[in-house]
Design a protein around this ligand. Structure first.
Ligand code: AMP
Length: 260
């Protein structure tokens, strides 16, 4: 029997549900976990404020006959407590840029929890959103490195009608910030057009994007990454390279990416 697994932190939206639906299509059974993992939040991050909407999440998932919802408690995942837990350290190369640079230890926390969740679920396939592209690439490498027989399935980014990728953190945005948030997608579209028109120089494409990411957005990072190593490219842009973007709107950090 094939078993699909969709790890989430809950507060489910259309992005999460697309992963669930892909798993439901491809597997006889699917487990969706809902667990806000303390190990992946920094001391000044939003662990306490992170939206927890368990009843609504369960109601959304009840439409799928083959889905089991798993809501572990912290002692189920970390029997010795989160700070005493043995952890995975992600190799420097793949985590030194992009989100790994802005959020040190974030990917260690993500790998530690995904590894522990997978140990208990024992899935055939693990569904990860490309919205968090570096996270997908790191988990893919983790499974390869531990030689675990779990296929990591990348799932396309799901966007609102105006292009903003769905994210649980979008609800932190004020109405005015929500309007400005679409600049990220406009920057992506500009990059796409620039490359389609023949530009292959990464610096030129990045410069074009930057013109769309002005006030009140504050760029956290912008660059073009090799899709496997996640290193910023120092050559012409190839297809499959990833434009990587993160920006702050007020206190809210938004991320997005695009595959050329
Ligand atoms: P989270 O609950 O934020 O940890 O997300 C759980 C999973 O859903 C991760 O694999 C995310 O990459 C994925 N995900 C979140 N938002 C989106 C989106 N807009 N499109 C596709 N996948 C998403």
């Amino acid at each position: 029997m094939s078993l699909g697994f969709v790890p989430t932190m809950g507060n489910l939206h259309a992005g999460h549900l697309s992963l669930v639906e892909q798993s439901v299509r491809e597997n006889e059974k699917t487990v969706v976990s809902i667990y806000v993992n303390p190990r992946q939040f920094g001391p000044n991050e939003d662990f306490d404020q992170y939206p927890r909407t368990l009843d609504a999440d369960k109601a959304l998932l009840s439409q799928y006959d083959t889905v089991t919802v798993w809501t572990p408690g912290t002692t189920d995942i970390y029997p010795l407590g989160p700070s005493n837990a043995y952890g995975i350290t992600v190799p420097k190369a793949i985590a030194q840029h992009w989100c790994g640079k802005s959020r040190p230890h974030f990917f260690d926390g993500v790998c530690t929890v995904v590894f522990r969740l997978c140990q208990q679920v024992n899935p055939t396939r693990l569904y990860m959103g490309e919205k968090d592209y570096q996270q997908y690439a790191i988990i893919h490498a983790l499974m390869q490195d531990y030689q675990l027989p779990i296929t990591v399935v990348p799932c396309p980014i799901v966007r609102n009608a105006d292009g903003l990728a769905y994210s649980s953190r979008n609800q932190y945005l004020s109405p005015a910030e929500r309007v400005h948030a679409t600049q990220l997608y406009r920057a992506i579209q500009a990059a796409q057009t620039t490359v389609t028109e023949g530009e292959t120089n990464p610096a030129m494409v990045i410069k074009k994007c930057q013109t769309y990411l002005g006030n009140p957005l504050k760029i956290d990072y912008i660059g073009i990454a090799d899709p496997l190593s996640l290193q910023p490219i120092d050559r012409d842009i190839h297809s499959n390279d990833r434009l990587m973007l993160a920006a702050y709107l007020g206190k809210t950090r938004l991320i997005d990416n695009y595959q050329f």
